[in-house]
Write a protein that binds this ligand. Structure first.
Ligand SMILES: Cc1ncc(COP(=O)(O)O)c(CNc2co[nH]c2=O)c1O
Length: 407
């Protein structure tokens, strides 16, 4: 297996080579958002400097070139997730909008009052609130599958709740708060055996491991560009063609129509039928460049590198008396959530920041999950392709200072 040349990777990220309060930046907040490599920055700058124009209907050269790059990004992303066709890749603002699109379009058209949407305790608010809104508008019900004390989500904890009343399973691929990797194939097979479609909140997966929507067998897969070394303002909903084809539009406006009269309008097929208004052209091109950049690395080597960092961080943090790691599921993505007996997460985050270390302190938009563990917040260190063991040491040493200050 190839090993990752982390120093060569880091050379692609201008932002990493700076000091924070006189200390080298250790950016360990990748589950919130990742940094951007030079090829992504260059691709977006080049678009704005040399060929930018609005897409699709322009007859002039710049519009045609811009359209080619925009639709080319869609094809690049389709290949990256092994989608059967690029028309199944819908650009959204991010995972949150992608999930809202399914709730609003598929949910309102195909879920019936009294039917259940099955989610889990691991979910991010983006995969809870849209279903609560649909419940309040449509009268569907929400069911929640439990996680274990160690953050494991057992497939049977989900599959045993799939019944004749289940209209949709909506589930995270990886928990952003605990790092738990969900056994999607097993859950999806059980859901499909009962004719129930599966939406995956895949936000935390594409930067860390190969995502193959056909191998997973799922029906919808949502993710955000900014988590996977791409820009904000762009994300993807991938859906199976036979489902997208029958779903009503999500938003109305230009681009998504064939014709409009005051009496009625005719709508385009997916993906454009779900992309009302001028799209995030430069951002989509940036996401395509991020996928090209990521695809230039051996994703297995990336996963192995991040797993090594996870193991080292777990070892170093477990050695700190009074530090409690929350979530020890196996397998787990490179995310370490923890509390310390004597210090509040926000104090911990503030102190380690003074040591140049960027972590997240809070509920991570997973308040129900925090509540399930009797917590209001944790500190979360989350690793990416460019992080190093030296940065783990920088975090651990700063936490030792917290221990001495508050211990
Ligand atoms: C699992 C998961 N789902 C959905 C979202 C929403 O993505 P967005 O639409 O791009 O915002 C996030 C973002 N998670 C985080 C954002 O900030 N800290 C986080 O952990 C996430 O981690």
């Amino acid at each position: 297996r190839n090993t990752l040349d982390v120093e060569r990777v880091r050379a692609d990220f201008p932002i990493l080579h700076q000091e924070i309060y006189g200390k080298p930046l250790a950016y360990l907040d990748n589950a919130a958002s990742s940094q951007k490599p030079r090829p992504v920055i260059n691709a977006m700058t080049e678009a704005m400097e040399s060929y930018y124009a609005n897409v699709h209907r322009g007859v002039h050269r710049l519009s045609q070139v811009s359209t080619d790059h925009y639709e080319g990004a869609r094809e690049t992303i389709a290949r990256f997730i092994n989608a059967p066709k690029s028309d199944e890749v819908i650009f959204t603002r991010g995972a949150t909008e992608a999930i809202n699109l399914v709730a609003s379009s598929y949910g309102r058209a195909f879920l019936k009052p009294g039917q259940e949407v099955l989610i889990t305790e691991l979910e991010h608010h983006a995969n809870i609130v849209p279903w609560q809104m649909l419940r309040d508008q449509l009268g569907i019900k929400l069911r929640v599958a439990p996680v274990d004390d160690d953050g494991t989500l057992r497939a049977e904890a989900v599959t045993e709740l799939i019944g004749e009343n289940t209209g949709l399973v909506a589930i995270a691929h990886i928990s952003n708060a605990l790092g738990t990797i969900v056994p999607l194939q097993e859950i999806t097979a059980a859901a499909h055996a009962k004719g129930v479609p599966v939406l995956v909140d895949g936000c935390q997966a594409p930067p860390h491991q190969k995502v193959d929507v056909q191998a997973l067998g799922v029906d919808f897969y949502a993710f955000s560009g900014h988590k996977m070394y791409g820009p904000t303002g762009i994300g993807v909903l991938w859906g199976r063609w036979d489902l997208l084809k029958k779903m009503p539009p999500y938003q109305g406006g230009g681009e998504m129509i064939y014709s409009v009269t005051f009496e009625k309008s005719t709508f385009k097929e997916p993906p454009h039928g779900f992309e009302a208004g001028t799209p995030a052209i430069v951002e989509a091109i940036g996401l395509g460049a991020a996928v090209d950049w990521l695809s230039g690395h051996d994703l297995d080597a990336v996963a192995a590198h991040e797993h090594k960092l996870l193991a080292y961080a777990t070892e170093r943090l477990s050695a700190i008396e009074g530090l409690n790691i929350i979530g020890r599921a196996e397998p787990k993505a490179a995310i370490v959530s923890f509390t310390m007996d004597q210090a509040h997460p926000h104090d911990i985050g503030t102190i380690v920041d003074r040591a140049g270390v960027a972590v997240r302190a809070g509920h991570h938009c997973a308040q129900p999950l925090m509540e399930r563990y009797g917590l209001s917040a944790t500190v979360r260190a989350s690793f990416g392709i460019y992080n190093t063991e030296q940065e783990v040491d920088q975090l651990a040493d700063a936490l030792q200072v917290v221990k001495e200050l508050f211990g």
